[in-house]
Design a binder for this molecule. Structure first.
Ligand code: SAM
Length: 291
């Protein structure tokens, strides 16, 4: 389909033609501002050498632009009722492959190997807001070689959380996972009027180009397990949250062992996870790993 889909008229026409309504349960807020779609694709620096993973193509508004810029676009969409729509709107985009699945169930490592031809993929998505954090955590916890960049539309409030500093209320596992992966760049704030239907909050586009080498050295799986444990029970002290049989990538530690490691680092044994920087989580991971 040559006509731009990211406009109010085209989106309304397509939804009416197929008797569809945007589904709240799938976080469907379709982009209706072509300028915003162009900015997202531009920020992601897509070239014909790239294979792009788009999560949630919807009616294909961003996919049609990605298809022109990229070598290949692999989309994962949960809502099968969009199948006839995408067959029409992306019918002439031969480099687009659609997988009808919940992205949280997809083996992304295998997907990268199958479609990336040995090169990392670029992720571009207007994410469904009800699962923003689990999707981002899933992308970020993969080996950093899987995705060379992640460019996403998310709620502005989540972007603020990502960019928050240790000790603040918003700081959490997501802020740390992003920092480990990239220095996030805020591309633009997007107002509710750019979507159909309008979301209740401001959104923003965040672009993350993966660090060539991670900013800290640590066993990735164990460090992420430690971070998860720390923030799953953020009211507890770190030593309590991490002990009590909690498995860190197959290993368990006593409260005393964690407290001793923290003391060696010059931290209080009763410190909470929210006070630790990425560097300190990496150091603690190293100390626990050597026990
Ligand atoms: N990319 C389109 C756009 O910008 O207009 C649609 C974006 S809309 C905010 C989010 C899309 O993600 C919807 O198409 C929705 O059906 C899809 N989606 C929601 N949950 C999903 C999941 N768990 N896995 C894959 N796709 C999902």
């Amino acid at each position: 389909m040559r006509e731009l889909l990211a406009t109010p008229g085209a989106t309304k026409y397509i939804l009416e033609k197929y008797g569809l309504r945007a589904k709240k349960k799938y976080g469907q807020n379709f982009l209706i501002d072509p300028g915003v779609v162009e900015r997202i694709v531009e920020a992601a620096q897509i070239t014909k050498d790239d294979c792009v993973l788009e999560i949630g193509p919807g009616i294909g508004s961003m996919t049609q632009i990605l298809s022109k810029a990229a070598g290949k676009v692999v989309c994962v969409e949960i809502d099968r009722s969009l199948q006839p729509v995408l067959e029409e709107t992306l019918g002439d985009c031969e480099n687009v492959k659609i997988l009808w699945e919940d992205v949280l169930d997809v083996d992304l490592q295998a997907l990268c190997e199958e479609y990336g031809g040995g090169r990392p993929l670029k992720v571009v998505a207007n994410l469904p807001y009800y699962v923003t954090t689990p999707i981002l955590m899933k992308l970020l916890e993969l080996k950093s070689s899987a995705f060379s960049s992640i460019t996403v539309m998310i709620q502005k409030e989540v972007a603020d959380r990502i960019r928050s500093a240790p000790g603040s209320r918003e700081y959490g596992a997501l802020s740390l996972a992003v920092r480990y992966y990239a220095d996030p760049e805020m591309v633009m704030i997007v107002k509710p009027g750019c979507f159909m239907p309008r979301p209740g909050v401001d959104s923003c586009v965040l672009c993350m180009h993966a660090h060539e080498t991670p900013p800290v050295q640590a066993d990735e799986r164990m460090m992420f397990a430690l971070i998860r444990a720390a923030f799953n029970q953020r009211r507890k002290t770190l030593a309590n949250a991490v002990s009590h049989g909690y498995s860190l990538d197959g290993r368990t530690f006593t409260r005393e062992q964690v407290a001793e490691a923290l003391t060696e680092m010059g931290l209080s044994p009763s410190v909470r996870g929210e006070a630790l920087s990425l560097e300190q989580f990496a150091e603690l991971t190293g100390k626990l790993g050597r026990i």
